[in-house]
Every structure is written in C-alpha cells, then in structure tokens.
Write a new protein. Structure first.
Length: 106
C-alpha cells in the first residue's frame, strides 16, 4: 500500500466494455521527506488508478498495486493493477503530523 496524490484524470472513450463507468485518476506516489521528515514529497512516478472510494483531484489517497488492486468488490473482475482504496485524513510519523487533510500541511 502506498500514499499518493491525485494529479489528474483519464478519459477513454474506447475501452474494454467492463471498464465503462469506472473513474480513472492519474496518481503520483508520495514519500516522507528524507531530509526533514516533516512533509510528503512526490516520487516523480505516475500511475493510472481506478477509484473505489469517491476520491477527487488533489486529494492524498491510499493506493494498492498488482493483484491487491483486484481485492475489492468493485475491482474483482476488472483488468486493473492499481486502485485507490482510501482517502487520507492524516499522516503522523514519530509524534509529528506530516500531512493533515484540508490545512495544507504537507
């Protein structure tokens, strides 16, 4: 499981019929700042993830990859290898908040 920020969305008018109605987002995995440990930093990678929780652009989310992406009721029959499985409210490391949703702490 990874933390990621939703940075965009994907629209595909031609796709496998089973994917019709699925919301697809561009996500960028995040990591704890190695220098200060005080915030989340982008990794420079991007993935396309199917949304299972009603997330939106700009939010920090939990993603899973590989076969784990098909372990939800919504994705069990989908040809996906990355899924959004949670919306993050808070990340706390070593008694320090490194992310709090909605207040810009990142």
């Amino acid at each position: 499981m990874f933390l990621a920020r939703i940075t965009g969305n994907v629209t595909a008018t031609q796709k496998a019929p089973i994917m019709t109605g699925q919301t697809l987002f561009v996500v960028e995995p995040l990591r704890i700042n190695e220098q200060t440990g005080e915030d989340l930093q982008p990794t420079g990678r991007t993935f396309i993830a199917v949304d299972t929780v009603g997330a939106g652009e700009g939010e920090v989310v939990m993603i899973v990859q590989g076969s784990s992406a098909r372990f939800t009721d919504e994705t069990s029959n989908l040809p996906v290898d990355c899924a959004i499985v949670g919306i993050v409210d808070n990340v706390r490391v070593a008694d320090r908040d490194v992310y709090i949703s909605g207040n810009g702490t990142e």
